[in-house]
Design a protein around this ligand. Structure first.
Ligand SMILES: Cc1ncc(C[n+]2csc(CCOP(=O)(O)OP(=O)(O)O)c2C)c(N)n1
Length: 361
């Protein structure tokens, strides 16, 4: 079964979730008896178009060998990041795998610094030392960018542990692909997060494939959210192509987490339009399948919703598109003009803790 067929079944299988909890208070919208305000729709549109245009450009630049190493694009999955960010608050922590350009852009990371990082320049988010798979931005609460499949999941549980220990009221949200749920790290993290009632949200961004292997080929259980049941963790499937649906689910999970009720597992059903990375010939799926998903493109649907609701005109939306194209061009110019790090930088920022108590010699 394709992911789009699974999405059409959404709403029939939710369990253990309070269905009456309203999404994050959106007072401007409340005044008009709408669930989401114009500001929220504009934020979703701007951030999702920024992700899309930024990554289309990054793909071109990779082809021109301006960007080297690995590069995994998030195109098609944009609603997952934007719908989460609108539902959470400043102070909450975000962590994901190597498909990591979208989340920081949704959080407000400067596209110039992000592009410079892809170029390996010293003005990048991690001074050009991390590259595409290791974006970090502490200012916005983005804790990476991790290359080892599943490794970020226990780190996300640890982030939630720290927030609970420090009594901040913040939550952590950890994203992973469908392939990552086969890792032991995922199961250890879910078990401990549930045992300790950590303020954690675990998100499977199920885009149908782990590299070239479909969920159906690799797993007996294809309803991935049900894996949470092994730990009695409230779990639900979510339409990952809809920022509204993502926002509602994340808001419910955050409310539970902040109330001390512990973690939630969400399965965002989404799709990536591009290959796994830039060097993927995509022989494992048909062009037809990709085209079917493009028919329900999250940005196109959002644009139509905004028009239908009369929140903005075609001209206003086009003006946003143009502004963003300009921003992306500016980010490329900035990256081009920035310097590569000095070779001596290879020896700085290496993790060292001289007073580490367990090293005895
Ligand atoms: C522990 C580990 N095993 C294998 C790899 C190689 N690898 C990189 S990405 C990937 C597929 C992961 O797919 P998924 O979790 O579904 O995420 P997606 O790429 O779809 O976002 C694999 C096997 C790795 N990076 N780490």
């Amino acid at each position: 079964m394709f992911v789009w067929q699974l999405i059409s079944q959404l709403g029939t299988k939710n369990r253990d979730m309070p269905t009456t909890t309203k999404a994050k208070k959106d007072s401007a919208a409340d005044a008009k008896n709408e669930e989401f305000s114009k500001e929220t729709y504009v934020y979703w549109y701007e951030s999702m178009v920024l992700m899309r245009k930024f990554e289309e450009k990054a793909g071109q630049l990779y082809g021109m060998q301006k960007i080297k190493g690995f590069c995994h694009l998030y195109i098609g999955q944009e609603a997952c990041a934007s719908g989460s960010v609108s539902a959470l608050r400043k102070g909450d922590k975000y962590i994901t795998a190597y498909r990591d350009h979208g989340h920081p852009l949704a959080l407000g990371t400067d596209p110039k610094a992000l592009m410079a990082e892809l170029y390996g320049k010293e003005t990048g988010t991690t001074k050009g030392k991390g590259g595409s798979m290791h974006i970090f931005d502490k200012e916005v609460g983005f804790v990476g960018g991790h290359g080892i499949v599943g490794a970020q999941v226990p780190l996300g549980a640890g982030l939630a542990f720290a927030e609970k220990y420090n009594k901040t009221g913040n939550v952590s949200i950890s994203y992973m692909g469908d392939g990552a749920v086969r890792q032991g790290a995922f199961h250890e993290a879910l078990n401990l997060a549930m045992l300790w009632k950590l303020p954690a949200i675990f998100v499977i961004e199920n885009n149908g494939y782990a590299m070239g292997t479909s969920v159906q080929r690799s797993s007996n259980v294809t309803e991935l959210y049900t894996l949470g049941e092994a730990y009695d963790m409230p779990s639900e499937p979510v339409d990952g192509m809809s920022p509204e649906a993502v926002h509602r689910a994340v808001a419910r999970a955050a409310e539970r987490a902040r109330a001390g009720e512990g973690p939630t597992l969400l399965e965002f059903r989404t799709y990536r339009y591009k290959g796994h990375s830039m060097s993927d010939p995509q022989k494992y799926r048909s062009k037809d399948e990709v085209e079917q998903y493009k028919q329900r493109d999250p940005i196109e649907i959002l644009r139509q919703t905004i028009l239908d609701k009369g929140l903005m005109t075609e001209q206003e939306l086009n003006a946003i598109d143009e502004k963003i194209v300009g921003q992306v061009e500016e980010s490329v110019k900035f990256a081009e003009e920035s310097k590569f790090p000095d070779p001596s930088e290879a020896l700085t920022d290496v993790y060292v803790q001289t007073d580490y108590p367990f090293v005895l010699d």
